[in-house]
Design a protein around this ligand. Structure first.
Ligand code: KG4
Ligand code: ZN
Length: 323
């Protein structure tokens, strides 16, 4: 059994997963509401709450799995990328747990976690596959031939798709995080009411900063009428983001000759995106929402394929804001 801890942003997460990829527990303590009043994640507040929560969340993950530390064979933890203070809490905690039993430790790349979340049971995707990862901090297309690694085929040159959702929501006067708020409001609007750009920076890369600016101008031009058109604005804006993601995904599938698709990252929770990727003509692995947004089960998923560090070699290991 693998015990995994993830604290790269504002969710304190722990999970217990078997080496076959069966999830015994996947606990997520979201700090979302604590940061909402600031309109985004405040790094220092996130670190402090991770510190308060990490022991309880880990104990809860073990309890829900019906396991004690005796049943754990290795500890996995997110090493980066993410908020450095937040990462340090999870890494220190994982090191302490592993060292207390002289267990091996697997330091994991958070993005690798999003890429292989869909290799978990009960319906694991088999490589080779294409994975679209779209989260608050990252947006990229990855090719996976062996889940021990991945190669990036294209990525965003500016904002991440989740950032585009969050910034768009702010312009529309919706709360944080913006993705779920736009997703909800868009259901009542007309996705063709406004013409927003689908920028094509070439190859398989993405760009979302121009789109955000167009929304800003549309809201400004509407003036007093913007509020009454907010559902149409949300629907059209969401359609533009989803189109950009789906068009590049289709192109990558064709160019790479890949016949299986997985999606991951917080934006993979978006209802329009989930419907659109299911219609791409290849089998699509669309994980449940709790495996799309940040979680520790996906960190354990990576640890199934990666060589662990033996005790005590990992004690000097540092977290990394960027990998
Ligand atoms: O993967 P994640 O939980 O954290 C990061 O590693 O960034 O992703 C969070 C992002 C936020 O930008 C949030 O607005 C977006 O995922 N998100 C959504 C939805 N749910 C979360 N975006 C669009 N539609 C959703 N339903
Ligand atoms: Zn993430």
């Amino acid at each position: 059994m693998i015990l995994a801890i993830e604290t790269s942003c504002d969710d304190t997460c722990a999970a217990v997963v078997s080496t076959e990829g069966e999830i015994a527990s996947n606990v997520i303590a979201s700090q979302g509401l604590l940061h909402a009043r600031y309109g985004g994640v405040v790094p220092e507040i996130a670190s402090r709450h991770h510190l308060e929560l990490v022991d309880a969340v880990t104990a809860d993950a073990l309890e829900r799995a019906g396991a004690g530390l005796d049943e754990i064979d290795r500890v996995a933890v997110t090493r980066g990328p993410g908020l450095i203070g937040a990462l340090l809490v999870g890494l220190s905690s994982a090191k302490a747990l592993a060292a207390s039993r002289e267990l091996p430790l697997v330091p994991v790349d958070h993005l690798h976690g999003h890429v292989v979340a869909s290799t978990l049971a009960p319906d694991p995707v088999e490589p080779p596959y294409l994975c679209l990862v779209a989260s608050g901090g990252h947006t990229f297309l990855a090719r996976v031939d062996d889940p021990a690694g991945y190669s990036v085929l294209g990525q965003t040159l500016d904002d991440a798709a989740g950032e585009a959702f969050d910034k768009g929501a702010r312009l529309l006067g919706l709360g944080y995080p913006g993705g779920p708020a736009i997703d909800r409001l868009a259901r009542e609007g007309d996705p063709e009411a406004f013409e927003f750009p689908r920028s094509a920076p070439g190859e398989l890369d993405f760009s979302f900063s121009g789109l955000k600016t167009s929304l800003l101008y549309a809201v400004r031009d509407l003036g007093d009428r913007a509020e009454s058109r907010s559902a149409d604005l949300a629907a059209s804006y969401q359609r533009a983001i989803v189109d950009a993601l789906v068009n590049r995904t289709r192109a990558a599938l064709e160019r790479q000759g890949l016949e299986r698709l997985a999606i991951g990252g917080g934006v993979a929770a978006n209802s329009e995106l989930r419907t659109a990727v299911a219609d791409l003509g290849v089998p699509a692995w669309i994980p449940p929402v709790e495996l799309c947004t940040d979680n520790a089960a996906m960190i354990a998923a990576v640890a199934r394929f990666q060589e662990p560090l033996e005790y005590p070699s990992y004690l000097a290991l540092d977290a990394a804001a960027r990998l």
